[in-house]
Design a protein around this ligand. Structure first.
Ligand code: NAD
Length: 461
């Protein structure tokens, strides 16, 4: 579309400068104005871009004609700036976390609902191309049942972040991501936290999340690790995804329980068939801006909307409650009346980023499902990755979707093993109701999933 959208930017710190670059270089946006309490930061941005600069973000919101606003001020300042923009009918892209507390996040959503204004949250990891590719494969049925997801987000201490601790600052990425992968929100969480360097808040959190389907989530976030680490592992019935957010590397290892490596007569390890999933690298923040542009143009619901932001803040705060009370926190304080009140990611679980096609797998994606594919040597040896890469260099991407897994009853995938029967299914039968199932206590208590925070009753624990 030809008309450029006028976007204002509040906050010109570490993240704000990234937004400044992306807004300024995006073909559909022009940076219309900037605001920051720090005069030097404003001066520098004005010198770089020649746009109007403001020391008061509310003045910018009042005085400049804007199509949208990006808020990259510190977390505790999000609510006042977002409310001012929403009251003037301006859609906002609020950096994650949406707010520091559940009440502030609710205030933002209530105002957005009242004024019919879109709120997008900057859960930028959901725009990571490796994550989007994993989402596509999940939708294609590569893990029919997700057993567990673990994530690690660690790095050096960021002295500038003083207003919130690591759980709300970094953990919101992960609680959102884990919920998205599992396709539902957790009903119970537990956490241990530590405060080693930060003057006011925790700088390490190990959190556990229990989902209604029985999936388990674990997140490890800290500001104590000397180097940045950003990784995720999702395991399920058919295998395991491993993802590195920083390198945008994604692999899938197929479960291969029938080929144990015997060492001294003991089956100590199991080798899996590993495929390097091709990912076209791109900057997640640019993809996030593409989505904000789409939302501004169409008025549609954002891919990462305010409600995702509210849930992330609520789950992060539930982890903190659990850590301080030293007992699991039943998630029960998320407000009723929001679209997420049935705990699911609405009907479109693991929803797709609008505009992305689900039909672009490379050859090595197919190899995992095709026993005759040259990428697999049939003996579990690890020569498939180079084949996969070669397939890619040959330009051998197929226009067809991933070969769909054969589905058994209840949509579970069936893949016959060499002996011609489905060993995985027979294993399933031996494990009673199956891993991850709520085998005791009767039907799942969906109602308890509606809310986060303090426990309502021990029986739910
Ligand atoms: N999406 C991500 O991966 C990601 C990464 C980093 C930070 N963030 C988020 O971005 C936000 C900013 O973080 P940062 O690392 O850039 O912090 P920062 O401290 O580097 O920058 C914050 C800037 O906001 C300015 N500021 C402070 N109060 C303000 C106010 N009331 N109005 C306008 N400006 C104000 C400060 O002067 C500073 O220039 C935080 O919410 C943070 O969680 C997100």
């Amino acid at each position: 579309m030809s008309t450029e959208l006028r976007v204002g930017l509040v906050g010109l710190g570490s993240m704000g400068r990234n937004h400044l670059r992306v807004i300024s270089s995006h073909p559909d946006t022009i940076l219309a104005a900037v605001a920051d309490l720090d005069a030097e930061a404003v001066e520098a941005a004005v010198a770089q871009t020649s746009v109007r600069g403001f020391a008061d973000p509310l003045a910018m919101i009042r005085e400049v004609e804007l199509d949208g606003i990006v808020i990259a001020a510190p977390t505790t300042a999000h609510v006042s700036i977002a409310l001012a923009a929403i009251e003037r009918g301006i859609p906002v892209l609020v950096e994650k976390p949406l707010a520091g507390t559940v009440d502030e996040a609710i205030a933002i959503l209530a105002a957005a609902r009242k004024h019919n204004v879109r709120v997008m949250v900057g859960h930028v990891e959901r725009y990571n191309p490796a994550v989007l590719e994993m989402g596509r494969l999940l939708r294609a049925g590569w893990l029919s049942t997700v057993y567990a997801v673990t994530s690690r987000r660690a790095g050096p201490f960021p002295a500038r972040i003083r207003d919130v601790g690591v759980t709300v600052d970094l953990g919101t990425h992960d609680v959102d991501m884990l919920s998205w992968i599992v396709g539902e929100r957790p009903v119970r969480v537990y956490a241990e936290t530590a405060q080693r360097i930060h003057a006011a808040h925790e700088d390490l959190t190990f959190g556990l999340m229990h989902f209604p389907s029985g999936a388990t989530g674990f997140l490890d976030v800290d500001w104590l690790t000397p180097v940045k680490r950003r990784s995720l592992v999702a395991i399920g019935e058919e295998g395991m995804f491993e993802l590195d957010y920083l390198t945008q590397k994604l692999t899938f290892t197929r479960s291969n329980v029938e080929r144990p490596q015997m060492i001294g007569g003991y089956a100590t390890t199991f080798s899996g068939d590993v495929a390097d999933i091709p990912v076209v690298n791109l900057e997640p923040l640019r993809a996030e801006m593409d989505e904000f542009v789409r939302v501004l143009r169409t008025g549609d619901r954002p891919y990462t909307d305010g409600e995702d932001g509210l849930w992330a803040v609520a789950i992060a705060n539930a982890l903190l409650t659990a850590a301080s009370e030293r007992r699991p926190s039943t998630c029960r304080t998320c407000p009723r009346g929001w679209r997420h009140d049935d705990n699911r990611f609405q009907a479109d679980t693991r929803r797709q980023l609008p505009g992305r096609s689900d039909n672009s797998p490379g050859q090595c994606l197919q190899s995992l499902h095709a026993p005759d594919c040259p990428a697999l040597d049939g003996r579990g040896r690890n020569r498939r990755q180079s084949r996969c890469r070669r397939g890619r260099q040959d330009g051998a991407t197929t226009g067809s979707a991933v070969r769909p897994a054969r589905l058994g009853p209840h949509g579970r995938r069936r893949e016959p093993n060499r002996r011609g029967h489905n060993q995985r299914r027979s294993l399933s039968r031996n494990r009673g109701t199956g891993p991850g199932r709520e085998s005791r206590g009767g039907p799942r208590r969906r109602a308890s999933s509606r809310h986060f925070g303090r426990r309502s009753s021990r029986s739910r624990g």
